[in-house]
Design a protein around this ligand. Structure first.
Ligand code: ADP
Ligand code: MG
Length: 202
């Protein structure tokens, strides 16, 4: 009898997600990197309960149109490289196309985006790796990603998380690194409704 089966994509994606998303701070890192890659001048990071219940990253970068906002959730979907030749000349922080799909495999994700301030934007709702809704919506130029209930469907990962305040410390130290590395970007960090850091950008 055959012992080997190929895992279906939802199981495979959940396993792969574990490589990218270890804790709330990894989500924040991936989302802020995406904002920087999108040429944001202003980034807001907001978390609640250590980021386990709520993470929001908003930027004023180039944004996505409807087509891109939907495909961005697919595994290996990226605008940053096209061929293997591009691998030798990477100028962005991301290029694997795995962050959004991984985050979405282990959380509830909402994405709002707009490529221009003069027309309607797009709102995408995704859960457990599937897009459950997309519609037009008003949003300024740029992108907002909201991640709720991290690891709601991966109890093993959830168990590995520390208490909210410890997870918040991990998030703070990631945000601090971005602040130090990117003085040209205005970064605001809000934890449980309280502004912790604000840099005006150069
Ligand atoms: N904040 C953002 N602003 C504009 N585009 C974004 C943003 N976040 C994600 N994207 C788009 O979604 C794609 C997939 O994102 P991600 O899964 O992080 O993969 P990667 O960053 O490795 O390309 C990106 O290549 C980019 O085109
Ligand atoms: Mg990325």
């Amino acid at each position: 009898m055959r012992r080997i089966t190929v895992l279906d994509s939802s199981v495979a994606n959940r396993i792969a997600a574990g490589e990218v998303v270890e804790r709330p701070a990894s989500v924040v890192k991936e989302l802020v990197e995406n904002s920087i890659d999108a040429d944001a001048r202003t980034i807001t990071v907001e978390i609640k309960k250590g980021g386990i219940s709520y993470i929001r990253v908003s930027d004023d970068g180039i944004g996505m149109d409807e087509e891109d906002a939907v495909i961005a959730f697919e595994r290996h979907a990226t605008s940053k490289i096209r061929t293997s030749d591009d691998l030798d000349n990477i100028t962005t922080l991301g290029f694997r196309g795995e962050a959004l799909s991984s985050i979405c495999a282990v959380a509830h994700v909402e994405l709002f985006s707009n490529t221009s301030s003069s027309k309607a934007g797009i709102h995408v709702v995704a859960k457990a790796g599937e897009i459950i809704k997309h519609e037009e919506i008003g949003h300024p130029k740029g992108t907002t990603v909201i991640v709720r209930n991290l690891f709601y469907n991966t109890p093993a990962r959830m168990k590995f998380l520390k208490k909210d305040s410890t997870e918040a410390v991990h998030v703070s130290s990631i945000v601090e690194k971005f602040i130090l590395g990117h003085p040209e970007i205005s970064i605001r960090y809000i934890n449980n409704g309280r502004e912790v850091f604000f840099t005006p950008g150069a």
